[in-house]
Design a protein around this ligand. Structure first.
Ligand code: AMP
Length: 243
């Protein structure tokens, strides 16, 4: 009797350790980072992914725009940087983001869109989250496609659905298909600001690709000019692989 209890105990211990070593992400919250140039489709993909994974979509750009709309102190500080296509300073971004991810809905993980945008921000995130599962999805889109994508973009101010005048036109001219209200264009989606945003991306954000390449099994690069459905499928496959 004693022997069989001992064998059962050993079996239990081995299953526990084998299980843990096979799936290191088990029990950890998953943080998905959407990386890529402006206009790569990070927001569009993050919205769909958020529904599928049941994790909140957190866009630092959207958080800033909400603050600007409400005319908060934070919004006033961020606005001039955004209008010029420059990055908002870290001391403003980090507090805002960490306040958001401390909320209850982020306990099981979240999808970050537009953060981190610098290696310093990535390091600050790692210090803050520690021991969570990180998956970085890098959407690759050539520069030649970016400006056209950005300047044709329109968003529903209510549901956040993103349209494009050529690639994803609404059924009725400039109206959201879901909410039936006029679509709006972002203030920084003009050609001049888009060019600056692209240059900011190359200088300050692109080094993150190398940074995450140097971390084992974290970075997944996906062709961002396939169809919306294909890209979503590639993202889901990458997330599955990372487990
Ligand atoms: P997005 O909606 O992600 O394209 O962001 C719009 C603008 O918000 C950017 O051009 C920046 O000015 C600002 N912004 C958004 N996220 C960040 C961030 N992580 N760090 C600094 N600035 C940001």
């Amino acid at each position: 009797m004693k022997k069989s209890i001992y064998i059962l105990f050993l079996a239990f211990i081995s299953i526990f350790f084998i299980g843990n070593s096979c799936n290191k992400s088990e029990g950890k919250s998953m943080i998905v980072i959407m990386l890529g140039p402006p206009g790569a489709g990070k927001g569009t993909q993050a919205i769909d992914l958020s529904k599928k994974l049941k994790l909140p979509h957190i866009s630092t750009g959207d958080l800033f725009r909400e603050n600007i709309q409400k005319n908060t102190n934070l919004g006033q500080k961020a606005q001039s940087y955004m209008n010029q296509g420059l990055l908002v300073p870290d001391e403003i971004v980090l507090d805002m983001l960490f306040d958001r991810v401390a909320k209850e809905d982020c306990k099981k993980g979240y999808i970050l869109d537009g953060f981190p945008r610098t290696v310093d921000q990535a390091k600050a995130l790692e210090t803050h989250i520690q021991n969570n599962k990180l998956v970085v999805i890098n959407l690759e889109v050539p520069d030649g496609k970016i400006i056209e994508r950005i300047t044709g973009r329109m968003t529903c101010p209510k549901c956040g659905e993103i349209y494009h005048k050529t690639y994803k036109p609404p059924k009725e001219d400039s109206m959201c298909d879901n909410c039936k209200i006029p679509l709006t264009q972002r203030k920084d989606d003009t050609e001049e600001v888009a060019k600056q945003r692209l240059s900011t991306y190359h200088q300050q954000t692109e080094p993150l690709i190398e940074y995450y390449k140097n971390q084992k099994d974290v970075l997944y690069t996906i062709n961002g000019i396939s169809s919306k459905e294909q890209i979503q499928q590639d993202i889901l496959t990458s997330i599955e692989k990372s487990k």
